[in-house]
Design a protein. Structure first.
Length: 391
C-alpha cells in the first residue's frame, strides 16, 4: 500500500538513493486534467489558433526567447567551438537553433510541458535533436515515482522511450504545477476563462456586424379596432421579408418598406452594450498578464502600468523571456552533458540583448569601479568563467 510507511511497527526499508516522498506523490492516475474543455488540444484550438491575443502572446514570447543568443561554458572557460554548440546550432536537417527552440518554447507555453528527443549514434553521442508534441506524449511512472519511460502516440501507433538507461533519450521540461507531479501547468490554462470571455465577445461583435453593426430596433404593429397582434401567416411573411431583404452586409443601408399598421422604432446602444467592449479589453489584459506580456506591447488600450514602450519591453525581457530561457537552457545543457561526458552550461548571453543594454552597462560600470573586488570576483558577479591564470 502507498501509505504503509505511516503504520507503526513497519520494518525499516533498506537504504537507497531515492526521494522519500516518491511513493506518496506518484500514484495519482494519468496526471492529466480531468476537465475536458481544458485539455491541451482544446486550449490550443480556442486560446492559440482561435484567439488573436493568445496567439500573439505565444508567438511574441517564443520568438523572443528563441532569438536570445546562447553561450556555452564550464567553470574554466567559455567555448567558441564545441560539438555541443554545433549540435545546438544545427539540431537536425529540417531546423536550425531558432526554429527548434521556438517550437520547444511554444509547446511549453501551450501545454506546460516541453519534450526534446536526442538521437544518438553507435558511440552514444547525440547527433540530432527533435521537439516532440506534448499532446502526444504520456509519462510512465515507475514504482519509486520517477519516470521510467515516455510513450509517444501517433494515429494509434505507440513508441516507447526507455528512461532506465544511463543516457536518457527524452528531456522533459515542465512548468510548476501545484497539483500534478508529472505534468506542468501552462499559462494558457490559467487564462482559459479570460480566453472564453474574449472569444464570446468576438462572436457577439460579429453578430452585430451581420446586423449592420447596430441593434436592429423594433417593428411595432398597430392593428385596427384594437387588434394588436399579427396572424401566423403575417408573422412568418414578415420574418422572411426581414431575413431576405434587410439582414447581412449586402443589405446594409437598404431602405425598409412597411405596410399599414407597421411602424419602425430604431434603437441605439444600451449602456450594457457600451460596456461590452470594455469587458473584451479587460479579458485581453488578463490573457496578457497570464503570459507575462505587458499589454502595452500588444496594443491593448487602457493600460498605464508602464510609462513608455521601452520600459515595457525591458520588463518583458527581464521578467518573462530571460527567466524562461535560463531555465530551459539549464535543463537542456545538463541533459546533453551526459552525452558529452563533461559538465557544461548553456546560458543566455545578456550582453547581446538590446532591451537590457542599459541595465548591463550600469552593472558593468558598478562592478568595474568596485576596487575592493578581485578580477576573479568581478568575473563571477558578471557570470563569466575564470581566467586560466586565476587562482
Amino acid at each position: 500500500m502507498v501509505f504503509d510507511f505511516l503504520r507503526k511497527n513497519t520494518p525499516a526499508a533498506p537504504e537507497q538513493k531515492a526521494s522519500a516522498a516518491g511513493p506518496v506523490i506518484a500514484y495519482q492516475g494519468a496526471g492529466r486534467v480531468a476537465w475536458s474543455p481544458r485539455d491541451t488540444a482544446s486550449l490550443t484550438r480556442t486560446g492559440f489558433s482561435g484567439n488573436p491575443v493568445g496567439f500573439r502572446c505565444v508567438k511574441l514570447i517564443a520568438e523572443a526567447a528563441a532569438a536570445l543568443p546562447l553561450v556555452l561554458q564550464d567553470h574554466e572557460r567559455r567555448y567558441d567551438v564545441h560539438p555541443l554548440l554545433q549540435l545546438v546550432r544545427r539540431p537536425n536537417q529540417a531546423q536550425g537553433r531558432a526554429e527548434l527552440f521556438e517550437a520547444l518554447f511554444g509547446q511549453l507555453l501551450l501545454s506546460g510541458n516541453g519534450y526534446l528527443e536526442a538521437v544518438a549514434n553507435e558511440a552514444g553521442e547525440a547527433i540530432e535533436l527533435h521537439v516532440l508534441r506534448s499532446d502526444r506524449m504520456s509519462l510512465v511512472p515507475g514504482s519509486d515515482g520517477w519516470p521510467v519511460a515516455y510513450d509517444y502516440t501517433v494515429a494509434g501507433r505507440k513508441h516507447r522511450f526507455d528512461m532506465t538507461g544511463e543516457l536518457h533519450p527524452i528531456c522533459h521540461i515542465k512548468s510548476f504545477h501545484p497539483q500534478d507531479d508529472h505534468y506542468g501547468l501552462s499559462p494558457i490554462q490559467a487564462a482559459a476563462s479570460a480566453i472564453d470571455v474574449h472569444n464570446a465577445a468576438s462572436r457577439w461583435s460579429k453578430s452585430l456586424l451581420d446586423n449592420a453593426a447596430r441593434p436592429s430596433g423594433a417593428i411595432v404593429y398597430k392593428g385596427a379596432d384594437g387588434q394588436a397582434s399579427l396572424t401566423a401567416d403575417q408573422y412568418d411573411r414578415l420574418q422572411n421579408e426581414m431575413a431576405s431583404h434587410h439582414q447581412g452586409a449586402a443589405n446594409a443601408g437598404r431602405p425598409m418598406l412597411l405596410e399599414g399598421g407597421l411602424d419602425w422604432k430604431p434603437m441605439g446602444f444600451s449602456p450594457s452594450d457600451m460596456e461590452f467592449q470594455k469587458t473584451k479589453e479587460a479579458a485581453a489584459r488578463e490573457i496578457a498578464v497570464a503570459f507575462g506580456v505587458p499589454p502595452m506591447l500588444l496594443g491593448i488600450p487602457g493600460d498605464g502600468t508602464y510609462s513608455n514602450y521601452q520600459e515595457a519591453n525591458r520588463a518583458f525581457y527581464r521578467l518573462t523571456v530571460v527567466p524562461l530561457v535560463t531555465r530551459v537552457a539549464a535543463a537542456v545543457s545538463d541533459w546533453l552533458s551526459h552525452y558529452q561526458g563533461e559538465l557544461l552550461e548553456l546560458k543566455p548571453d545578456l550582453d547581446q540583448v538590446p532591451a537590457l543594454s542599459a541595465e548591463r552597462d550600469n552593472q558593468w560600470r558598478r562592478v568595474s569601479e568596485a576596487s575592493f573586488l578581485t578580477e576573479s570576483e568581478k568575473r563571477a558577479i558578471l557570470g563569466l568563467p575564470k581566467l586560466s591564470e586565476d587562482e
